[in-house]
Design a protein around this ligand. Structure first.
Ligand SMILES: NC(=O)c1ccc[n+]([C@@H]2O[C@H](COP(=O)([O-])OP(=O)(O)OC[C@H]3O[C@@H](n4cnc5c(N)ncnc54)[C@H](OP(=O)(O)O)[C@@H]3O)[C@@H](O)[C@H]2O)c1
Length: 408
């Protein structure tokens, strides 16, 4: 089997580290052209030492200088910076597959560039599809790029469809763990600390997606992601809470057949599936033992408790740049929460106010660029920016109580 050459965006994050873990298990099967991170140069230097990429990208120029100082191996790895560096790292002719594993909308430009170049693109960075799903699908159709869903739920659906596209498909069912607060009464959401919100019961992930899982905004983003990856309207995408995180998602066909993909919650399985696609890698990881699991439970999502999911459905219905605006707002709000600047219970409140403002502004004859229609990556990022500004204006205006104030 021929060696596959990869660029890993977000190599120091949870997805990136799991990707490198899988790669290291199969010597001679993969070669790393480029690794990219934001500013964690210590970890990146260690990764360079192991994988010897031709290129390392450090988004932050000051951090890039630090990497150059500590880089092992006397300059065999070129250090690039900024968005230009990321785009160069994905576009190199020798790259077969790009792992889109950065967090947030900053991943859109390099992911889109990889698609335009016709690469295989394994997408974990769901925010890119929320911002510009239609553009990405259209660009892939034009360039011949293959998009491989790496998010566990979408990878599950991709596996269930088994290359048959949407033939005979009635709907898909995305499963959700329900996060750490599925059993906590909504009245107590104001007491939730950052550490509690970061402690996901089933998955080990980066901080932003962990908070999104706790609010269930993650599932809202995933519905939008599925809408584009599988070409389905929202009314054919159901969400169910499945606390064991064993059934990663399901598809239902017009004859009533339901096919599900099961496995232990370990991102290395969907990652390996994308890395080897269309082959399979013999992964030596703990295996699912259903007798040990005992029972698999499914329940509806309580709307009052997890309103973020329903806000995402609302913006999907609004269309155009509304999902991008919601995404930008959510990224800002989560960053403020992680910085101890907001109560957990304020996250859906602020998002709800952003969506209200968005609906009002969309009634204007000429709303701001990108909000009504997303015709380019720039317009998607404009809509994302509008959402960020709207969220920050609401937070600052209302002077929401800080989490630390609540604890005291
Ligand atoms: N973690 C999971 O299990 C999981 C599962 C499904 C989907 N996803 C999705 O995958 C994406 C990554 O999640 P994660 O949990 O791996 O996040 P994470 O652990 O926070 O890692 C984020 C990565 O992105 C890098 N990064 C951030 N901004 C960057 C920039 N401007 N330029 C270059 N690199 C940048 C970070 O670099 P530094 O380390 O230098 O900051 C880090 O390598 C998210 O969209 C998430 O929703 C994750």
């Amino acid at each position: 089997m021929s060696e596959k050459t990869l660029t890993v965006l977000g190599s120091t994050g949870s997805i990136g580290r799991n990707t490198l873990d899988v790669i290291q298990r199969f010597p001679g099967r993969f070669r790393i052209h480029a690794l990219a991170a934001h500013n964690n140069v210590e970890m990146l230097a260690d990764q360079i030492d192991v994988h010897h990429p031709a290129v390392a990208v450090v988004f932050d120029p000051e951090a890039a200088s630090r990497l150059r100082e500590i880089l092992p191996g006397n300059g065999a790895t070129a250090v690039l910076t900024g968005m230009e560096g990321l785009v160069e790292a994905v576009s190199a002719p020798e790259v077969d597959q790009v792992i889109s594993g950065m967090v947030g909308s900053v991943g859109l430009r390099p992911t889109y560039a990889a698609i335009e170049c016709g690469k295989q693109v394994a997408i974990a960075n769901k925010e890119t599809l929320v911002l510009a799903g239609q553009l990405m699908i259209e660009a892939a159709a034009e360039s011949g790029a293959r998009l491989l869903p790496m998010d566990s739920e979408h990878n599950a659906i991709f596996q269930c469809l088994n290359g048959n596209g949407s033939r005979g498909l009635e709907r898909i069912v995305l499963t959700a763990s329900g996060g750490p607060f599925r059993d906590l009464p909504f009245e107590r959401f104001g007491e939730i600390t950052r550490e509690q919100a970061l402690a996901h019961p089933n998955w080990k992930m980066g901080p932003k997606i962990s908070i999104d899982s706790a609010t269930m905004m993650n599932k809202g983003l995933e519905v939008i992601e599925a809408r584009w990856l599988f070409g389905l309207q929202a009314d054919r995408i159901q969400v169910l809470i499945h606390r064991q995180s064993i059934v990663h998602s399901m598809v239902e066909f017009v004859d009533g057949s339901v096919i599900a993909q099961l496995g232990l919650p370990d991102m290395r399985t969907p990652i390996a599936h994308c890395l080897a696609y269309p082959d399979r890698l013999p992964l030596d990881l703990p295996r699912l033992n259903l007798a040990e699991v005992g029972k698999l439970e499914f329940e509806e999502v309580p709307p009052d408790k997890f309103s973020c999911l329903f806000l995402a459905l609302e913006v999907l219905e609004l269309g155009g740049g509304a999902p991008a605006a919601l995404n930008g707002a959510n990224e800002e709000i989560v960053a403020v929460f992680l910085d101890d600047g907001l109560l957990f219970s304020a996250i859906p409140t602020v998002l709800g106010q952003v969506v209200k403002k968005l609906k009002e502004i969309l009634k204007q004859p000429e709303p701001p660029a990108g909000l009504r229609d997303v015709g380019s990556v720039k317009e998607a990022l404009d809509a994302d920016r509008w959402g960020r500004d709207a969220a920050l204006a609401i937070i600052n205006h209302a002077a929401y109580p800080h989490r630390s104030a609540n604890i005291a």
